[in-house]
Design a protein around this ligand. Structure first.
Ligand code: RTP
Ligand code: MG
Length: 169
């Protein structure tokens, strides 16, 4: 009900609906997807892990798994197996195994597409301002962050980096 003229509203009228929608999305398995996100060694070294987590939390995604590790060559090669015939494969594996990474699983509606958009394009000149890469890097290799490119790859990557029972929920 609208407050009488001149009376301050006790609360913004749309808020209860918004809260209900947020609760619905949190509980709605159909709308929810998981994705594998990794802050690469350059992102950790540049102390951008907090900034990256803040962006995903601000967007409304939920962190469901997190750990810091130095990837083995075997894991990095499996992770980037789709690129193993490309000329940059060796350099890519060298880079990803060069220091600690922060491995994470994020959950939310359309999490794969949403996080990829927030990460920005692979080619520095295509990474728009406002995206993580567009705001913090202009290098093709030192591009701070990985995000799964499809729900199927996300499931494989989550299994590779976190195993069967490695997630908090
Ligand atoms: P990522 O897998 O790390 O999230 O990156 P992405 O999806 O944006 O790009 P992808 O095509 O999967 O390539 C993986 C990483 O390889 C390097 N790359 N170099 N020189 C090249 O042409 C080239 N293409 C890709 C990038 O560092 C990219 O992040
Ligand atoms: Mg990729």
């Amino acid at each position: 009900m609208r407050p009488a003229r001149g009376e301050p509203p006790s609360t913004l009228p749309f808020l209860p609906d918004l809260r209900r929608r947020i609760l619905f999305l949190r509980n709605c398995k159909m709308a929810t997807e998981r994705t594998y996100i990794m802050v690469k060694p350059d992102g950790v070294e540049r102390r951008l892990t907090g900034e990256i987590i803040r962006r995903f939390e601000n967007r409304g995604l939920t962190l469901v798994g997190l750990k810091m590790l130095i990837p083995t060559r075997e894991t990095a090669e499996k992770h980037y197996a789709v690129h193993n015939t490309k000329p940059f494969f060796g350099e890519l594996v060298d880079f990803v195994t060069s220091g600690p990474v922060v491995a994470m699983v994020w959950e939310g509606p359309d999490a794969v597409k949403l996080t990829r958009q927030m990460i920005g394009a692979t080619k520095p000149a295509d990474a728009l301002p406002g995206t993580i890469r567009g705001d913090f890097t202009c290098d093709m290799l030192l591009n701070l962050i990985h995000g799964s490119d499809a729900p199927e790859t996300a499931a494989e990557e989550i299994a590779l980096w976190f195993g069967e029972n490695g997630l908090a929920r």
